[in-house]
Design a protein around this ligand. Sequence first.
Ligand SMILES: [Zn+2]
Length: 133
Amino acid sequence: MSRTPQNSATKISSFVLIIIFIGLALSLSALMVALAYFGSGNEVLAGYFLLVGFLGVALSTYVLFQTRRRIMRLKIEIPPVTTTIECRKCGFKSVREFQRGDYIFKEVEPCQKCNDKMLITAIYREVKEKLGP
Ligand SMILES: [Zn+2]
């Protein structure tokens, strides 16, 4: 159940990683070409390739860090599922963690107040608002 988002995250990340590494390789080869042009005295072309190479390296590293941050955010644990139990007789309400086999209108343990049978009235996931950037 909780596996699907992580799977898609790793799939996206490996795809992006390949692109980043291709970009890095291209930028590094541009730097090599720049060095070769410097060696042959063609400083204008060398300067262009140097610029392209540095921009490529900077962009690749930037994207790499951005993706890493996004993946870390995706890996934040999924909020717990809560089950609400209600007594139909006296209205006593109790909230507990979801347990396997819970379903709406299932009869559970007797009421703490009147000892009547209690029913599950709600099952929901508690989504907490994210704070910060
Ligand atoms: Zn009750």
